[in-house]
Design a binder for this molecule. Structure first.
Ligand code: DI6
Ligand code: FE
Length: 397
């Protein structure tokens, strides 16, 4: 029997908001059977729910998170605000190394227990699909453990989790000054082992002066390609190393951050169909001043996604609607671009063709909002006006 969601303000996200007042969606099983103006709805037997004019959108997609990690870094935040230098923080055991230590020390169950509250905060904002990266283990065993935790999340919550292997995130302390040895001895073997265990949906890297050089990322991408896995890259966050163009050359799903992207990089992304994932939370936390070239991306026709980057160091946030608000206020994206960025374009950034829009045949992952217009989602700072989620055609209580 079908479920009919009637009297809805539909934002189908087909080519823009795709607004339909007085809209209806017919759901059968886990799929959308029909969507359009209710007056034009074909005769359907099923249970009709009246949404009272509420906004109905695709469930949101957070396409870039590091939501599985051990510990947190509030003390480091405080030390820095009390005047400690980066070096002093590092000497006190802070920085990414402290998250690696806390992640290595945590059991699979402990990592899962720490991740679930973050996941729940995301779901409470209408999210239905979350990408989760490894990259705080930086050894074979812990990288695999992080990914196993990610795979367990959907067994406990109504959410799809897509994993990215991020062994090339940082050089662990025991390989200091030997980053290529780290890749050859830990990261790439971890990738192969994780893939063999079915834990990897895509391969990511951090291309930056403080992380890995383009030639090293290319080695990781070659390993990904040999396994038939798609790639993506943290690129041009703090400097322009040509990472986006490198990723585009491998047909990357996305290049992420991109504050320092140049025109050649944008054109390479456009040609390859690589999505630009915009991450204003990290920009805000790092008090960056170089804005990502939103206009360049627009003109080049690169689809833009928006995500939280949820991580303990540079984006201790779980709010996708706050990320949308920041993308608008800090980067001058429009509310429509921000919502495309957490629906249709976010799906594309994950290589998912079955969600992110409201159209027949797609997954019935939907969000009902205590709102009447989609601009309200990016507009507010703070509590998100979620009414309810429908995930895989089921109302999520
Ligand atoms: N870019 C970043 O800014 C973070 N990771 C990344 O790829 C840093 C992560 C951390 O500090 O824990
Ligand atoms: Fe990130």
């Amino acid at each position: 029997m079908a479920m009919i969601l009637g009297n809805a303000t539909l934002a189908t996200m087909e080519g823009g908001y795709g607004l339909i007042d007085g809209g209806a969606v017919v759901i059968e099983g886990d799929r959308i059977l029909w969507a359009g103006p209710e007056a034009a709805m074909p005769a359907t037997t099923g249970e009709r729910r009246d949404l009272g004019g509420r906004l109905l959108t695709p469930a949101l997609i957070d396409c870039h998170t590091h939501a599985v990690f051990g510990g947190q870094r509030a003390r480091e935040f405080e030390m820095r605000l009390n005047g400690a230098s980066y070096e002093e923080v590092a000497r006190a055991g802070g920085g990414i190394v402290s998250t690696v230590a806390a992640t290595r020390a945590a059991s699979e169950d402990a990592l899962l227990a720490q991740a679930l509250p973050r996941i729940d905060q995301m779901l409470a904002e209408g999210v239905g699909t979350i990408e989760v990266k490894s990259g705080y283990g930086l050894d074979v065993e812990t990288e695999l453990r992080m990914l196993r935790v990610a795979r367990r999340i959907p067994t406990l919550r109504d959410v799809t989790v897509v994993t990215s292997f991020l062994g090339a995130h940082a050089v662990p302390p025991e390989y200091k000054g030997r980053s290529s040895d780290y890749l050859a001895e830990q990261a790439i073997p971890a990738l192969r082992a994780a893939h063999a265990e079915g834990l990897v949906d895509a391969v990511d890297g951090f291309c930056e002066g403080i992380a890995f050089a383009p030639a090293q990322i290319a080695r990781v991408f070659d390993a990904a390609k040999a396994l038939g896995l798609p790639v993506k890259l943290h690129a041009e966050q703090l400097s322009d190393l040509g990472g986006a163009a490198l990723a585009a050359g491998y047909g990357a799903l996305s290049a992420d951050h991109l504050e320092y992207l140049d025109a050649a990089g944008a054109l390479a992304m456009a040609a390859a169909g690589t999505v630009a994932v915009i991450l204003p939370g990290a920009f805000y936390t790092l008090r960056e001043t170089k804005l990502p070239p939103i206009d360049l991306l627009r003109v080049a026709g690169v689809p833009m996604a928006v995500a939280t980057d949820c991580n303990p160091g540079t984006a201790p946030m779980t709010s996708i609607t706050l990320a949308m608000n920041m993308a608008c206020t800090l980067f001058r994206m429009t509310p429509e671009e921000a919502l495309l960025g957490t629906t249709a374009h976010a799906a594309r950034a994950l290589g998912l063709t079955d969600r992110g829009r409201i159209a027949p045949g797609l997954r019935a992952d939907l969000a009902v909002w205590q709102a009447g217009h989609p601009a309200e989602l990016a507009y507010r700072i703070g509590p998100t006006p979620l009414h309810s989620r429908i995930i895989g055609g089921r109302l999520d209580a």
